[in-house]
Design a protein. Structure first.
Length: 402
């Protein structure tokens, strides 16, 4: 009998009863005419082509996926930990670029202007102060009057009278010259006519002397009269030359009178300029911020007041030279300070080209006081400019947004 013609019953697994012929699972319905055979799945496939254990294949596949793919779900799997696969570190986010921060000061556009008395005021005193702090003034408005104004006003009036007098004298000279010129021209015409007549008498006397019809004495007299007439013509021409000029020139007397008028007008302009120095005027359109001198005080070297064009406010920021490369024109800026309920906003208007010493110092005793900085001017927005107009020279913190 061939041993392969019968199938021996496999040994029973631990805790599991062996399956014998004819012992099928409860829900198993055997087909009619087919023998029942029990298969032990714990045995590896041998020469007879039986399958290997059912749990090794999936485990190896999972491990291969974890090792080769390195996916996140495999690394979090307990089997990945069992196999000793380390979980990769989480990605590190790049830090955001640091913002440039600088100390700044609120100032009107064009900075604060110190208004002083004119250079020719000397030791004058303030006679009248016509403005107060926070007054809005226009360019050329009178801010104050000096005590030298009455004296200079009188000198101006004298110069005006002298100029008018000189102008009248010029007109008078022109009239006199025209009249004299007409008289001399008439006298010249008369002298020439008389000379012509006496020349004819002289010619006749010369003819008569040849026939002894006249005496030598008579001839000499006629010759003398003719010579006198010629001299009269020459004298009239010489007198007329003083008043008669070419078409593009004027009489000498008129020229002298015109030059006198020009001198008088120049003296009048000087008197007016000196009188204007008795008034201290506004150099710009702006607001009076602070008054230093009051009526009765000498001007000297002290400014009368300080003012600025607060209708357009700016912030003068001092940026460290190491940070200025990260600042650009048009960059948005946020400005904060303790007196400000809300931050001010603006944009960079200009960046100075010179590095200089720090002038705005923080109140912190440990803060730098000798740093090298570059001035950056920030033009505030319309709303922020209106709020900053009441806080001129306020020290603020400017943050340049990236």
């Amino acid at each position: 009998m061939d041993p392969r013609s019968e199938t021996a019953a496999p040994p029973a697994e631990a805790g599991r009863p062996p399956l014998a012929k004819g012992n099928a699972p409860p829900n198993h319905q055997p087909q009619a005419g087919l023998p029942l055979e029990a298969v032990d799945r714990s045995l590896p496939a041998g020469a007879n082509g039986r399958r290997k254990s059912g749990w090794r294949g999936p485990a190896v596949a999972v491990a291969a996926i974890a090792l080769v793919g390195g996916s996140a779900w495999a690394l979090r799997d307990p089997l990945a930990e069992l196999l000793g696969i380390a979980e990769p570190p989480p990605p590190v986010a790049e830090p955001a670029p640091a913002r440039v921060v600088a100390l700044a000061r609120l100032q009107p556009e064009g900075e604060v202007v110190s208004v002083a008395a004119p250079s020719g005021a000397g030791e004058s005193r303030i006679e009248e102060l016509r403005v107060q702090e926070n007054d809005v003034v226009a360019k050329e408005d009178v801010l104050a009057v000096l005590d030298s104004e009455p004296t200079l006003r009188a000198a101006r009036l004298v110069a005006e009278r002298q100029a008018k007098q000189t102008a009248a004298r010029l007109e008078q000279t022109r009239v006199v010259v025209e009249a004299t010129q007409a008289e001399l021209e008439a006298a010249l015409r008369t002298a020439k006519s008389q000379t012509k007549t006496k020349q004819m008498v002289l010619e006749r006397e010369k003819q008569l002397i040849t026939t002894n019809a006249t005496s030598q004495e008579q001839l000499d007299q006629v010759q003398f009269d003719y010579d006198s007439a010629v001299d009269s013509v020459r004298e009239a021409e010489s007198r007329l030359w003083r008043y008669r000029t070419g078409a593009s020139e004027e009489a000498i007397d008129v020229t002298v009178a015109r030059l006198d008028l020009e001198v008088a007008e120049a003296q009048l302009e000087r008197a007016r300029a000196e009188w204007r120095q008795a008034f201290i005027r506004s150099p710009i359109d702006g607001v009076v911020l602070d008054i230093h001198l009051h009526p009765g005080e000498r001007t000297g070297q002290s400014p009368l007041l300080e003012m600025g064009a607060t209708q357009a406010m700016m912030a003068r920021a001092e940026v460290y030279e190491s940070d200025v490369a990260r600042v650009r024109v048009g960059q948005e800026v946020e400005i904060t300070a303790a007196p400000l309920a809300e931050p001010l906003t603006g944009r960079v208007a200009s960046i100075e080209a010179m590095v200089q010493g720090q002038t705005i110092v923080d109140a912190d005793p440990a803060a730098h006081t000798d740093a090298r900085v570059v001035e950056v001017w920030v033009r505030l927005d319309e709303g922020s400019s209106e709020r900053a107009a009441r806080l001129v020279n306020l020290q603020v913190r400017a943050e340049f947004l990236p």
